[in-house]
Ligand binder design. Structure first.
Ligand code: FEO
Length: 396
């Protein structure tokens, strides 16, 4: 592959992972693959910003060699410890043993506990600068966006932000920039990325963006560590992050359920019909058929969550239980919800769902609805009205 120059004397030297379909163990489904972006800045001091996932170290090395002899690298910026961005570091640094590594205190600790390398490491803090020659790099600590060690790097001469994971997307492409791809797909992946990874840290996201605005640094280009680079319209993703970070929602409901013998599913469909007839946008997911990563993405801008489960052993079914535990960890704010489900001889699922929704901080706006075995005509009508009633609450 030919070298990829993203700006004058700044090269993309990352790797494209076309085949990855699971991320963070099995937590996150990456149906469009991903990229591990790393950047090589050629100046009086040659600087590498981040590396890639370990198995791609060879590809990264080839990309660097397209531009320079790796032994010429003077500095390596480690914006983030996580292995998809640092895994190749122990390999790369063997080719430039005199390179100095820059990162936060937590980054230093994290790199050591991952790789046990005795590298020349300089701790940096917000506002610290590194002169490269014609260019400067400035560092901005970004703790918990999304790990304690996370950091942004900014190049004022290029008006370029290198924020690592922030503003990224799991999106493998032969193209590099936002103006070269179908942005609908990119934004779909950006939504999922935010919802599944950054949602719990939303207040910090908003504060960090406000801090960066206060610093008065112009941003013409955002080069994250996953997916495409924002150069045509970086404000598109910044404004989206501000909206998601503030937990802004629209009049939209997500219904998620798990069913044992389709009675709970029958209830779900009647509830959805009531919502549709109220004119409110709704999405329905059987959690055992759906891609959980996408369900969470749909929830990011939804005001209402309706959760259903059949009762099993006096409790909800196991897949929806796991899903709700995951949702709790994402800490959604300003949402309303309710619960439903079918049971055989004694209920329990609806109460359990309500309890975990409350623990998650979701306001329960109407009592749960449950029916024995298969809902009859009258009970189906009640489910329909239940959906309509919840839709009315969304309108408030
Ligand atoms: Fe893409 Fe936090 O790693």
């Amino acid at each position: 592959m030919s070298k990829i120059e993203i700006k004058n004397n700044i090269f993309w030297v990352g790797a494209t992972d076309w085949n990855v379909k699971k991320f963070h163990g099995h937590t996150y489904n990456t149906k469009r693959g991903s990229t591990y972006n790393a950047y090589l800045i050629i100046d009086e001091k040659i600087t590498l910003v981040d590396t890639v996932y370990g198995p791609f170290a060879g590809e990264m090395l080839e990309n660097i060699k397209q531009v320079i002899d790796p032994s010429r690298i003077d500095y390596i910026i480690a914006n983030h410890v996580e292995t998809d961005h640092s895994g190749a570091l122990p390999v790369i640094i063997k080719f430039c043993p005199n390179a100095k590594v820059f990162g936060t205190q937590k980054c230093k600790e994290g790199l050591y506990k991952n790789y046990y390398g005795n590298w020349d490491f300089q701790i940096v803090k917000t506002g610290d600068k590194l002169e490269l020659g014609k260019r400067t790099l400035m560092f901005v600590e970004a703790p918990m966006l999304h790990w304690p060690d996370s950091m942004f790097t900014y190049c004022p001469e290029e008006e370029m932000l290198l924020p690592n994971d922030a503003f990224g997307q799991h999106y493998a492409s032969s193209k590099i920039f936002d103006d070269e791809v179908d942005l609908n797909f990119v934004m779909e992946e950006a939504v999922k990325y935010y919802a599944n990874i950054l949602w719990p840290f939303s207040s910090l996201v908003v504060k960090k963006i406000e801090d960066v605005v206060k610093m008065g640094i112009p941003i013409k280009i955002i080069a994250p560590s996953h997916g495409i680079i924002w150069r045509k319209d970086p404000m598109k993703i910044i404004n989206a992050y501000l909206s998601w970070g503030k937990n802004e929602t629209k009049k939209k409901i997500v219904v998620v359920y798990e069913t044992m013998w389709q009675s709970t599913e029958k209830m779900a469909k009647k509830i959805v019909n009531g919502i549709i007839d109220s004119g409110i946008e709704v999405k329905l997911f059987d959690i055992n058929q759906a891609d959980r990563t996408e369900v969470v993405g749909e929830m990011l801008d939804s005001k209402g969550f309706i959760i259903g489960s059949s009762t099993h052993n006096n409790d909800m079914l196991v897949t929806i239980a796991g899903f709700l535990e995951f949702l709790k960890g994402l800490k959604p704010k300003n949402r309303i919800g309710c619960a439903f489900g079918s049971y055989g001889w004694s209920g329990g699922a609806v109460k359990s769902i309500e309890n975990i929704l409350k623990e998650t901080g979701i306001e329960i706006v109407q009592p749960g609805i449950q029916f024995k075995y298969v809902p009859d005509e009258n009970e189906s009508k009640q489910c329909y009205e239940y959906g309509k009633n919840f839709a009315d609450k969304i309108m408030l």
